[in-house]
Design a protein around this ligand. Sequence first.
Ligand code: PRP
Length: 224
Amino acid sequence: MPDNSRTLTIALSKGRILDDTLPLLEHANLVPKEDVRKTRKLMVDGPTINGTMVRFLIIRAADVCTYVERGAADIGISGRDLLLEHRPHVYEPLDLKIGVCRLCVCGPKELVEKGAPKEGSRIRIATKYDYLAEQHFLKLSVQAEIIHLYGSMELAPLVGMAERIIDVVETGNTLRANGLVEETTMFDISSRLIVNPASFATKKALIQPIIENLREAVDRNSAS
Ligand code: PRP
């Protein structure tokens, strides 16, 4: 096992959230030495803070909480949707107020206009949020068959594979382009700073100021 005591590892999500993450990190003096939006490297060096080397992992959004929970990364940035779905044992000290969207049940317009599924009815739901879907329909006493997909959920009702989907909605453009509408908002979503509990205990002197600097950056963003 590598000695992680002299490094601070930060797990970042690939994709569109990265553009909003980098200015927040910059405010906390956490600037990667390479352009993480372009490099094919998965691990990129950062600054050295009080003798501790910072490094960044550039990974898929759904994997961030796994790296942080297992201590392979000390801190990470993850969407609340993924935290609710995977329920990792991590601290969640800060709402970064980026990646703001909502997790919704959606379906074809004509179907949604007929009303929500009735108690005891059976429906097929396409989603990557299997746990949240199961919990949601359990509460409504609707028998939901969960069809797990990895992306482009909006296609499933169009080809008759599912009646509804559960997915994140930001602008609503993807729904509209595919003739779907929102039926129920399940959760408001944004990106959260997450911290491995053991790292927080052993590297508190390093991690606490980072949290405070990021909090300041978030407040500054909210004010502007
Ligand atoms: C996400 C999500 C929706 C879309 C919502 O997909 O799964 O499809 O964005 O955004 P909108 O409301 O602004 O249209 P993403 O583009 O991340 O790709 P994915 O389907 O592969 O997850």
